[in-house]
Design a protein around this ligand. Structure first.
Ligand SMILES: [Zn+2]
Length: 111
């Protein structure tokens, strides 16, 4: 992880800590619904740290000695394109498949 990634993770964790302490204060002096809201919000920066770590791992896995380094965004787009089914699936936002696609469910058996 580069310096900006580490700084971002530190900011995420500081934000999460601040929201967690606000949760405790709200539990003792505020409405319970606000405490639940702050507790849920304090988890979101932790998810961001996990995402940053995943991006770092993807970059490390793809940075071989013979391959040029790709950006993490390139890797994410590459994975999304690899996970796509057929062209109709892509253009219909996953609602339908091409006639020859093996993932197509015939309309007669659709509920
Ligand atoms: Zn398909």
């Amino acid at each position: 992880m580069n310096r900006s990634g580490r700084l971002l993770c530190a900011l995420y964790l500081a934000t999460s800590g601040g929201l967690a302490s606000t949760t405790v204060l709200t539990l003792t002096h505020g409405p319970r619904w606000a405490a639940l809201l702050f507790a849920a919000a304090s988890v979101v920066p932790v998810i961001a740290v996990v995402r940053e770590t995943l991006i770092r791992d993807l970059r490390a896995a793809c940075a071989g000695p013979r391959r040029p380094a790709r950006s993490a965004a390139d890797e994410i787009v590459r994975e999304e394109l690899y996970a796509a089914c057929c062209e109709r699936w892509w253009t219909s936002l996953g609602a339908d498949h091409d006639a020859g696609c093996p993932h197509r469910i015939p309309r007669s058996s659709a509920a």
